[in-house]
Design a protein around this ligand. Structure first.
Ligand code: ATP
Ligand code: MG
Length: 561
């Protein structure tokens, strides 16, 4: 691998500073902490690349931690999908951790807080509590349970744990400061009652800790040195620190929360909750629908982990939120697929072409190189005969000089084959062209070394031999949202911007070398784009996805508008 010295991002600067001060290199540890309430998306990819990237740069362990404290929304299916996706991205975690593994410690620590007079059980309604909280400019007021005795609090908390109370009746709150300028410090809730089975602890618990009581303590238990999260957690940092103050001992490392900007991408959504809505309402077929910005959707669509990592690298880590154009991601996948995919020929909008001077019934198997980028990809044979398909848009009766494809009286080269000249065409009763008749120059075969084979003509077309072609279902995708920032409108819901034409299913005609392809294999269909074999493929039916076009047609369209 090429070693290029990159400048450090601001998180790396923080780490460097800590190393220069009081952290030893072996005390570094990071974590990626998804909540298993949905599939990972491109926003998570940025966090994965950041945390695991730091692990690689500093040769430090990175934990995969499931932040599984809300059994209402979380499922094992999501845990499995998350593990699959992180692995596919090419990263190895050190420990597989679950916040639910710490339920006992978290409970014990809460009991300790109560004993120290730093937490109390409150039985007011959430409206009452909200009222007492005040506003950022008006201090809150103490509720009636704030000074309840330690004994009473211990008794109630234990009974909460034992399942004596219904949901919502009691909560455990930290006793911090009802006048704090940080609203989160005004006696935040630490525990609530939830009579829901958990995917790991089943019905062992019916009280569940809140995020703020869980995250820092989990970091502490795992001895994570840098707990990196997105900017919306900045106001939580004070509470994160308060919670740690309650338990950190001197001989243990104290984790640090630091924040970076969320990754937002144009023309899509990065929120599990909203992506779930797309799945539930049938806008897409599944979490791994190739139109989804999920890691599993991108994988199914034909993206490579390298392209997503390179994209994350290029965008980098920011301190402020911005909207990254999704065409940058497409640029990276094109760049990678260009290097690794074999070229093949397929026709998606067929027009019949007959070579009138090619002996009927004859067939030839022409040599075709698999990739101009990579010789090691070898070569293959493609069948040629007198009846071919070309793309409809590659033929016109008449056209101006800029049209380098086939027109009456003019020549083009058929890729890997001969030079042909269009002589005439046939139309149906509506005037649509249904067949083109050509002649070919028998001496012009590509690679034959003859003078004619070296003759330059302006255009080269891809084609398939009709007799030999195999059919495939080809799924052609467009953006899932018509708006650049579907989630960025105050007055309109993101669902209003769903693109009704994001999927087109067509029948493609492919060269026969593709007969035995397997799901996941990637190709460049010459002149059309990059395609991969979809998991819906069976022994009876081939299904391809268009990963991305060869050029950025979207950006061009935008410029024209
Ligand atoms: P969502 O709203 O989609 O559920 P989340 O932040 O609640 O997102 P988590 O599973 O809690 O999802 O996130 C795991 C990690 O990924 C967190 O550290 C979170 O900050 C990070 N993350 C999530 N979304 C993004 C994003 N768009 N950009 C950068 N990091 C993100
Ligand atoms: Mg979340």
């Amino acid at each position: 691998m090429e070693e290029t010295k990159k400048s450090l991002n601001f998180i790396e600067h923080i780490v460097e500073e800590d190393l220069a001060n009081d952290y030893s290199k072996d005390s570094l540890r990071f974590r990626f902490p998804p909540e298993p309430n949905g599939y990972l998306h491109l926003g998570h990819a940025s966090s994965i690349c950041l945390n695991f990237g730091l692990g690689e740069s500093y040769d430090a362990p990175v934990n995969l931690r499931f932040d599984d404290t809300n059994p209402e929304k979380e499922e094992k299916e999501y845990v499995d999908a998350i593990k699959r996706d992180v692995e596919w991205m090419g990263y190895k975690w050190d420990k597989e951790c679950y916040a639910s593994d710490y339920f006992q410690e978290l409970y014990d620590w809460a009991v300790m807080l109560i004993k120290e007079g730093k937490a109390y059980v409150d039985s007011q309604s959430s409206e009452e509590m909200a009222d007492q909280k005040g506003t950022p400019t008006r201090p809150g007021t103490a509720g009636p349970y704030r000074n309840q005795s330690v004994e009473e609090n211990l008794d109630l908390f234990e009974r909460m744990k034992n399942g004596e109370f219904e949901e919502g009746k009691y909560v455990l709150r930290a006793k911090i400061d009802m006048a704090s300028s940080n609203m989160l410090m005004r006696d935040p809730i630490l525990y609530r009652v939830l009579h829901k089975a958990h995917h790991r602890t089943n019905t062992d618990w019916c009280i569940y800790p809140m995020y703020d009581w869980t995250h820092g303590q989990s970091d502490y238990l795992e001895q994570v040195s840098h707990s990196l999260c997105t900017l919306e957690f900045l106001p939580h940092r004070e509470l994160y620190d308060w919670c740690l103050d309650q338990l950190v001992s001197k001989d243990k490392l104290r984790p640090k929360q630091r924040e970076f900007a969320r990754r937002n991408l144009s023309h899509t959504i990065v929120s599990k909750r909203k992506l779930l809505k797309l799945v539930e309402e049938g806008v897409v077929n599944s979490w791994d629908d190739p139109r989804m910005p999920t890691i599993s959707g991108l994988r199914r669509r034909g993206y490579t982990p390298e392209s997503i990592r390179n994209f994350a690298d290029t965008v980098g880590i920011a301190k402020r939120e911005n909207l990254v154009d999704v065409s940058l991601l497409e640029f990276h996948v094109r760049e990678h697929l260009n290097k690794i995919t074999p070229r093949v020929m397929a026709v998606l909008n067929p027009l019949k072409l007959v070579i009138t001077n090619y002996p009927e019934g004859r067939e030839e198997w022409l040599d075709a190189e698999n990739s101009p980028e990579d010789e090691s990809l070898g070569s293959r044979k493609v069948p040629f005969s007198s009846e071919l398909y070309i793309e409809q848009e590659d033929f016109r009766e008449e056209a101006n000089k800029k049209f380098f494809r086939l027109k009456l009286g003019k020549e083009v080269r058929l890729k890997n084959g001969y030079i042909i000249k269009a002589e005439s065409c046939t139309k149906d009763k509506d005037g649509n062209i249904i067949e083109v008749q050509c002649t070919y120059d028998p001496k012009s075969k590509s690679g034959s070394g003859t003078e004619e084979s070296l003759r330059k003509v302006k255009g080269t077309l891809h084609w398939v031999s009709i007799k030999h072609a195999i059919e495939a279902e080809v799924r052609v995708y467009d953006r899932l949202f018509t708006d650049e920032n579907p989630d960025g409108h105050n007055d309109r819901d993101f669902m209003e911007f769903v693109n009704p034409d994001s999927l087109k299913v067509i029948t493609g005609y492919l060269e026969p070398s593709l007969k035995d392809v397997k799901p996941g294999e990637r190709f460049q269909f010459q002149r059309l784009g990059y395609f991969n074999v979809d998991t819906d493929t069976t022994s009876e039916k081939l299904v391809f996805n268009r990963t991305v076009t060869l050029r950025d047609t979207w950006a061009k369209l935008q410029q024209k508008n």
